[in-house]
Design a protein around this ligand. Structure first.
Ligand code: C2E
Ligand code: MG
Ligand code: MG
Length: 602
């Protein structure tokens, strides 16, 4: 089912740069095709003067390029300054969603190969996020130096303050652009104008005869819809929805688009809220919206608030939006009909994965990690399998990223932990002479929860296992954010005595030196490097370097994806501690593990 025209659909983990809401906010600024703005460049002048740096800029970050919206010390003033990511430092700020600081770019793993180092002599860099009032991070405000520089907290605070002013300038720019009062796409009043309309309703005779109702609406799964059909089709839907709401009220000033796919509609008079919402729903549903010849069933979440005496217009609107926000987080999005492409697959998976652990659709397969010197089994990695009644067998590469975005990964992850621990307890009882452990993959979303350490403890206790029997495989994504919450959990797990393995090492951005600030025990060298042994000398040299460095830092190493004897022999020669791969055994169901233990145990 996950095949489209014979091609496997790759559902990647979400990249902040590609977030549709962020790109919408960026597009709304309408600066992507513009030359740097004088008003913003003045802020960069101030940054240069206060920090004593030759270069300061405000960069807007699109999904694949950087546009300079304000600058001091760069060449070219009247042209659009459009830079590819090969020359951009600022996109790292947006990707991380937090300040990014480089003391000497020639030594920084993330930017040492950046061409701005060579072409623009950007040696030191400090950038802070430029976050609009709606929370979307659209770019970075930065300072650069042509020589190494140690940035202070005060420097970052200055940049942060200037970025805040820059946001005001950007918001003003947007308001100025559409006259401030109307949404350019739908022609609907913006919030200020709408608030005026509600105010006049509250003051009017209609109110005296009944009440004023404000309905807040959120279109369901609209982002996914946009991804599936493209933004142009998305815009057409929004325009049509706006028209239908306007027709329902018969009052063009009583409908407002507050944000991307959120609307507000006001109604005054004797009609009660329930019947008004009913009319809106009816109007949205039929006749079915048709875009470019395709039926597009659009469904929406509606919440209504009704005026009480003494409530003013702004409060009434805030109330409606707050209720909508609260409802949205609990409402499960409904499937929205015949979509196509990866977004549709993701929608279907989103709905299907939730509760899979309760419906008995999950299973664990196990793959041994062998001691390369002795050939004996050291550990078993638990790899999750999902058998869906209709979708068939779905690969973890496809459903884990989806489960991560919906939060379904948390109960699923707990199921994996408990099952892996209880399976291991059984095998340890059956093979008391083999000191085997189990390795469980965990997602960043699990580690982020303060209760994660306790869940690990409960799984071990339930199985009667000592903490040393369990290893958790985390990826760089878990620790890169370097947030105090995750850090506390990781420290607690280490204190508990659970082993921590860093999975897929080499695919991320961090240097080994950085990673060892965390209490890791083992580094798993990604399959990508292992597969190049014998054909790419640099890969071989790199692995040898990683192993030597890991050992000098007191870490053990696992090579993933060993498929042939040449790779195994080279890795053994290099002193790699453990190996895992199809050469030894493919992942197999728990029933096969006793045979594996017999084969590799003695
Ligand atoms: P991973 O943790 O890096 O797991 C190793 C993957 O490499 C497994 O894919 C395994 O089947 C595959 N593999 C092992 N040896 C070889 C080899 O010699 N050649 C090749 N080509 N592949 C090999 P699998 O089972 O499809 O899992 C994919 C990923 O899904 C895992 O990568 C892990 O990141 C994630 N995953 C699996 N189970 C769980 C889970 O319970 N929780 C979480 N959060 N993620 C999981
Ligand atoms: Mg793993
Ligand atoms: Mg791996």
């Amino acid at each position: 089912m996950l095949q489209a025209e014979g091609q496997r659909i790759n559902l990647r983990a979400p990249d902040p740069l590609l977030d549709p809401a962020r790109l919408d906010a960026l597009r709304e600024l309408d600066l992507l095709e513009s030359a740097p703005q004088d008003s913003l460049s003045k802020l960069n002048d101030i940054a240069s003067a206060v920090l004593g740096v030759p270069v300061s800029a405000l960069s807007l970050i699109s999904w694949d390029r950087q546009i300079t919206a304000g600058m001091n010390g760069l060449i070219g003033t009247t042209e659009v300054l459009d830079t590819p990511f090969s020359h951009s430092f600022c996109h790292h700020v947006v990707r991380a969603g937090e300040p990014f600081v480089v003391e000497d770019s020639r030594k920084h793993p993330l930017v040492m190969d950046n061409l701005a180092v060579r072409d623009d002599e950007i040696i030191a860099y400090a950038g802070v996020p430029v976050r609009l009032e709606n929370g979307e991070c659209v770019g970075a405000f930065c300072a650069c130096d042509h020589k190494p520089r140690r940035w202070t907290d005060a420097d970052l605070a200055t940049l942060g303050n200037l970025a805040t002013i820059a946001v005001d300038v950007l918001e003003l720019h947007r308001i100025k652009r559409d006259g401030g009062m109307r949404d350019t796409l739908t022609g609907l009043p913006r919030r200020a104008l709408f608030t005026e309309r509600v105010r006049s309703m509250l003051d009017s005779d209609e109110f005296a005869m009944g009440s004023v109702t404000v309905v807040a609406v959120d279109l369901q799964a609209f982002r996914l819809f946009n991804e599936a059909w493209g933004h142009e089709a998305g815009d057409k839907i929004l325009t049509e929805v706006a028209r239908r709401f306007r027709d329902t009220t018969g009052d063009p000033e009583a409908v407002c688009r507050v944000a991307g796919d959120e609307f507000l509609i006001a109604n005054a008079g004797p009609e009660d809220a329930e019947s008004f919402v009913g009319r809106l729903q009816q109007m949205l549903a039929s006749p079915q919206i048709r875009i470019d010849g395709v039926d597009q069933p659009v469904s929406a979440l509606f919440v209504a608030t009704t005026s009480k005496p003494g409530v003013d217009a702004a409060e009434l609107i805030d109330d409606a939006l707050a209720t909508l926000a609260a409802t949205k987080t609990t409402a499960t999005e409904q499937a929205i009909g015949p979509l196509a492409g990866p977004a549709m697959e993701r929608l279907r998976l989103r709905n299907a994965i939730s509760g899979a652990e309760r419906r008995d659709e999950l299973a664990l397969h196990y793959q041994p990690l062998l001691d390369l010197q002795t050939g004996r089994v050291h550990s078993l990695e638990a790899l999750l399998r999902w058998e869906h009644p209709e979708l068939g067998s779905v690969s973890p590469v496809d459903f884990i990223p989806v489960a991560e975005t919906t939060g379904a990964i948390v109960p699923i992850g707990e199921w994996v932990l408990r099952r892996a621990c209880s399976d291991l307890a059984n095998w340890r009882a059956e093979f008391p002479d083999i000191d085997v452990t189990v390795a469980v993959n965990v997602a960043p979303e699990q580690v982020r929860l303060p209760s994660f350490d306790a869940a690990v403890g409960a799984a071990l206790d339930a199985a009667g296992l000592p903490p040393g029997a369990l290893a958790l495989e985390i990826t760089e994504r878990t620790i890169l954010t370097d947030r105090p919450g995750e850090r506390r959990t990781i420290d607690a797990l280490q204190a508990r005595g659970v082993d921590l393995h860093l999975d897929d090492f080499g695919t991320g951005y961090s240097s080994l030196g950085y990673l060892t600030r965390f209490p890791l025990d083992v580094i798993k060298i990604d399959r990508m490097f292992v597969s190049r042994i014998g054909t790419d000398e640099r890969a071989t040299a790199l692995i040898a370097g990683i192993i030597a460095m890991a050992h000098s830092l007191g870490l053990q190493t696992v090579a993933e994806g060993i498929e042939d004897a040449t790779q195994r022999d080279a890795l053994t020669e290099m002193g790699c501690d453990f190996g895992q791969g199809f050469l030894f055994a493919r992942p197999s169901p728990g029933d096969d593990v006793p045979d594996l233990l017999r084969q590799f145990g003695g």
